[in-house]
Design a protein around this ligand. Sequence first.
Ligand code: IMP
Length: 423
Amino acid sequence: MFTIITGSQFGDEGKGKIVDLMSGDYDLVVRFQGGNNAGHTVKVGEDVYKLHLIPSGFLLDSRVLIGPGTVVDPEVLAEEMDMLAEGGIELSPEKMGVDAKTSIIMPYHIELDVMREAKRTEKIGTTGRGIGFAYIDKVARDEIRMADLTSKDKLLQRLSELAPSKEAAIRELDGNPGIVMDEQLIDKYVKLGERLAPYITDVSYEVNKALDDGKSVLAEGAQGTHLDVIHGTQKFVTSSCTIAGSACANIGVGPTKVDSVLGIVKAYITRVGEGPMPTELFDDAGKQIQTVGGEVGTTTGRSRRCGWFDLPLLKKAIYLNGYTSIALTKLDVLSNLDPIKVCVSYELGGEVLDYPPEDAADLAACKPVYEDLPGWENDLTAVKSFDDLPQAAKDYVLYLEDKMGVPVDYISVGPAREQTFRK
Ligand code: IMP
């Protein structure tokens, strides 16, 4: 069985929690794109794990893999391994693998990302983790791969070839070119390479072999559909393909192997960083959602922008991903809001649109057209089944399900494992 999970909005839909919950049914859990720009929080009992790279799913028996389409900051990976080890979770090479072809985020990628963003007149609001510049190097065939980190000679040879252009690029942005060939940094990366060497694997082979042997694989996306570098709200996007088809290309597994695609959908919408968001709220309702939902970025600590559910954007996400089912998260956050609004279409230049326009500036100019649904006052966080939800909350779920045309399989009403139930 091969299942792909992606975020349907702008990321932060609660993928980590759902993957953690489902991973017990999967032998392999694979991250297929992005890097430590992602952030997920997994809560088990009183333990809370905030992770950026290591796939959720490490807590159960699944083997977790970091695929060749990701960009990896080895220092962050090592820190996460240490943090888990402190909590008694040892990630041995039997438990975790990193593809040999994975691109490494080098210190100069981070420097370039931060300096470039500082110079932009119209900001993107990147996470400053070097993601975009690591992907630029992958496409330019100038990347350092995981396999290059394992020997100092290999790394030095590669770096000395790349150094002049990297140093010039940093100089042009008024950054510090010295970091490219900094001896201490190189030594640090060599040590990280030595530590990670036993984890190096061929993810595509592992996944295909597992599927051949009748095992099950879960591909875990990062960020969200509308941050996709091709189909998102450019230029306010991340630098990788975040939609379901990208799992096949990035892992190296044929589309004929996919059995199901689960979309993670938050019961409202949030966005971190810049870019259009037609239903963004600037009023008390928005503040309430932000506070009750704890809508603060796991990676950067920035407040997330909050808004009402946006059906046109969701419709596009369903087209782009081909969802076979949906997990609706954070339903509890909408308690004590009445009415609850759902954006069913947009008005743009006198026209009514039920699908987002292609151009980000047009999307930014769209005025949402809302339908009002009755709210509920009850606290939902202890609810254990769909039947136990108050009628207005049930109606909200059924309304969205009907409009989306895709079955809602899971509903979550809080961060803990036991706060997610099947519908
Ligand atoms: P980058 O991925 O750091 O280049 O940032 C590009 C855009 O994607 C910015 O608006 C970020 O805030 C956003 N972004 C990147 N990763 C995530 C994520 O995991 N969740 C939500 N937004 C993200």
